[in-house]
Design a protein around this ligand. Structure first.
Ligand SMILES: [Zn+2]
Length: 105
C-alpha cells in the first residue's frame, strides 16, 4: 500500500472507493479528475518506439468502466480486435515458416 494523503473514510458519494484491476500499474492520486481514473498496465515492448499496454477508465463515482482496451502505439484496440491482431500475426509468421524454398526442388 502506498498511502496517499487522501482520507480513506471520506464521503463515499464524492470519490467512491477505487478498485484497480489486477494488472494496473498506475500511480493514482498524481493526476486529477478523469486522468486519475485511468488504469494502465505495464508496457509490453513491441519495438524500440512502440509499446502495447492495457488501459481502462473507471468513473469512481458510478463505477462505470470504459474498456479495457489494448493500446498499441497510439492505436486503441478492443480486446477482441487485439486478440484477432495477435492471431493474424501468428498466422502470418506461420505462413512464412511453412514456405519451402523453390530452389530446393
Ligand atoms: Zn488503477
Amino acid at each position: 500500500m502506498t498511502g496517499g494523503p487522501r482520507d480513506v473514510d471520506g464521503p463515499a458519494d464524492s470519490v467512491g472507493e477505487r478498485t484497480c484491476p489486477a494488472w494496473c500499474r498506475t500511480l493514482h492520486g498524481v493526476s486529477e479528475g478523469e486522468d486519475d481514473w485511468l488504469h494502465v498496465s505495464e508496457p509490453l515492448v513491441v519495438s524500440d518506439d512502440v509499446t502495447a499496454r492495457l488501459c481502462m477508465s473507471v468513473d469512481p463515482r458510478t463505477h462505470e468502466a470504459d474498456g479495457p482496451y489494448v493500446l498499441v502505439g497510439s492505436r486503441e484496440y478492443s480486446l477482441a480486435d487485439a486478440e484477432q491482431l495477435g492471431e493474424r500475426l501468428i498466422e502470418l509468421t506461420a505462413t512464412a515458416a511453412s514456405v519451402t524454398p523453390r530452389s530446393a526442388a
